[in-house]
Design a binder for this molecule. Structure first.
Ligand SMILES: C[S@@+](CC[C@H](N)C(=O)[O-])C[C@H]1O[C@@H](n2cnc3c(N)ncnc32)[C@H](O)[C@@H]1O
Length: 247
């Protein structure tokens, strides 16, 4: 079943990509909007419940703001909270994040298992970035939050990482922008490379379901087809959006 969650104010909710830590709304408002999205994910059977530790989420947010070097990011505070919460609730043992740039998207997912926001023990959390310099920056950033190495960044093509990964991929986060020819169309290639290792109940998150909907049309048609994914929800609470799908 495909469904949409849309907050009434998403067109007015805007961040400055160069100042990602600026508060955009009162904390209660941010929590309420993310709670509404989580409730829809629960109704669709994508998440078992909607509870996550708000203090740990804030500890994670603070650590990223203090320790990460972020040239820019399109991850809004609402999206950061949702990514943290989905991971904190689903608790993937193994997670792959494709196209992580400086690592902010990756740690928004991994931060529920490593660093001051950790609420469970993961096995392997892998951020993949094809550009070696960006990958090095992301790895430096992640090391400042996770000294254990459970979360790490590799410099390679996420299609290859997904194809070769040995184990279940319990959560796959897609954000790679591919080549000028493929653009975000690469999401479907990465998903197809990973799909046989995604277990029943596994979650796939796709950033930019709103502002790149056209480039993602084949991907979105695929995940919204119940023959491929059990459920899929387009979460629209900022200008980027997140398609949340469950196998
Ligand atoms: C636009 S950035 C994502 C930024 C993120 N949404 C944020 O707001 O922080 C996409 C990244 O995907 C990387 N990328 C493109 N193709 C890739 C591939 N095949 N495998 C891994 N990374 C890839 C690019 O180098 C780029 O850093």
């Amino acid at each position: 079943m495909a469904r949409t969650y849309e907050s009434g104010d998403w067109r007015e909710y805007r961040m400055d990509y160069g100042h990602p830590h600026r508060e955009l709304e009162p904390p209660d408002r941010e929590i309420a909007i993310v709670d509404e999205a989580l409730a829809v994910l629960k109704e669709e059977g994508i998440l078992p419940h909607t509870d996550y530790d708000h203090d740990k989420m804030l500890a994670h947010r603070r650590a990223v703001a203090e320790r990460f070097e972020i040239p820019w990011t399109a991850i809004t505070p609402r999206m950061q909270r949702l990514l943290y919460a989905v991971n904190a609730i689903r608790r993937p043992a193994n997670m792959i994040a494709a196209g992580v740039f400086c690592g902010n998207t990756f740690i928004s997912n991994a931060g529920s298992a490593v660093g001051p926001g950790a609420c469970y023990q993961a096995r392997q959390l892998i951020g993949v970035e094809i550009d070696p310099e960006k990958a090095a920056l992301a790895e430096r950033n992640v090391r400042k939050i996770d000294p254990t190495g459970v979360a790490r960044v590799v410099a390679e093509d996420a299609v290859e990482t997904a194809r070769r990964f040995d184990g279940t991929i319990d959560l796959l986060y897609l954000d790679a922008d591919g080549t000028p020819q493929t653009g975000k169309g690469i999401y479907l290639t990465i998903l197809q490379a990973a799909r046989d290792r995604i277990p029943a109940g596994g979650i796939v998150l796709a950033h930019n379901s709103v502002n790149c909907a056209d480039r993602l049309k084949h991907y979105l048609a695929f995940v919204r087809d119940p023959a491929h994914m059990r459920a899929s929800v387009n979460v629209i609470f900022d200008g980027e959006g997140l398609e949340v799908s469950a196998k």
